[in-house]
Design a protein around this ligand. Sequence first.
Ligand code: GLU
Length: 327
Amino acid sequence: MRKIIFWATLIFFGTTIIAGLIPSRVDAKTRFVTVGTGGITGVYYPTGGAISKMINKKRKKYGIRCTVESTAGSVFNVNAVMAGDLDFGIVQSDRQYQAIHGMAEWKAAGPQKDLRAVFSIHPEAVTLVAAEDAGIKTIKDLRGKRVNIGNPGSGQRQNSIDALSAAGIDYKKDLHAEQVKASEAAGLLQDGRIDAFFYTVGHPSGAIKEATAGNRKVGIVPITDTTTLLDRYPYYAPAAIPVKFYPGAINDKDVPTFGVKATFVTSSKVPDEIVYAITKEVFENLDQFKKLHPAYEVLTAKGMLQGLSAPIHPGAMKYYREKGLLK
Ligand code: GLU
């Protein structure tokens, strides 16, 4: 009996020690990371999905499991990443700029010092959608109308306010401003409960498809009074919305407007190896990534380093240096 106990003990401790000496990937703890996106009929939501897909494919190698959350949008994402509730967020380039400089929604809280840029993604256009029967041909025609400017927490809310004020319209006094999510706005427009809505989004987007595909005739309205905006704000650039994506819209040619870029951000507190792994997987598989959404058609590795105003996260920087993309 004593012999059996002796051998059993030896075998038990022996295997435990040996197992401890073999580096085992299976034992490596899986790290769960979450990406904050936007409404499910926007482009952030599928973008979060596309990024997750790239990293989750290599789960055995990195031990990272990435999931996506639908959120209120850019401003919410910055705040949730800063609070540590999300590890990554998709955020408009103008919102990234404002957060790092303590402007707009961050005026009271001050600069969001821990915000870190990873890369930029697709272009986003400030998109004004209006019902034909409301007689809205230019942004100036929004006076007195019922207009969704965007929910608090969204990126588009400030873009709508900027576009309106450049056209001499005070959203508080000169129109009936609604502040619902873009995912609800398309339905409200079709139901005749609003006349128009703004959405800063990549194209094609489910929300604009839904808005232009119903019984009520709907079009995308050009925003051309942008000189003061472009002069005043470094983050705005001219943009055009391709109408080919919206066959139901009354437009017959591409629509001029202004826009920003979607960017991928994180916090300085997120470990370098996680940011490095995600950056590497997206960049090394860019051709495959670009196939995941038509809005990514224009992406290039160099272009994805433009539009960033927060410091680049060291994990991403490591990859860019290795590849000679940045010094
Ligand atoms: N640009 C919008 C925002 O920041 C979101 C657009 C989208 O979900 O594609 O709130």
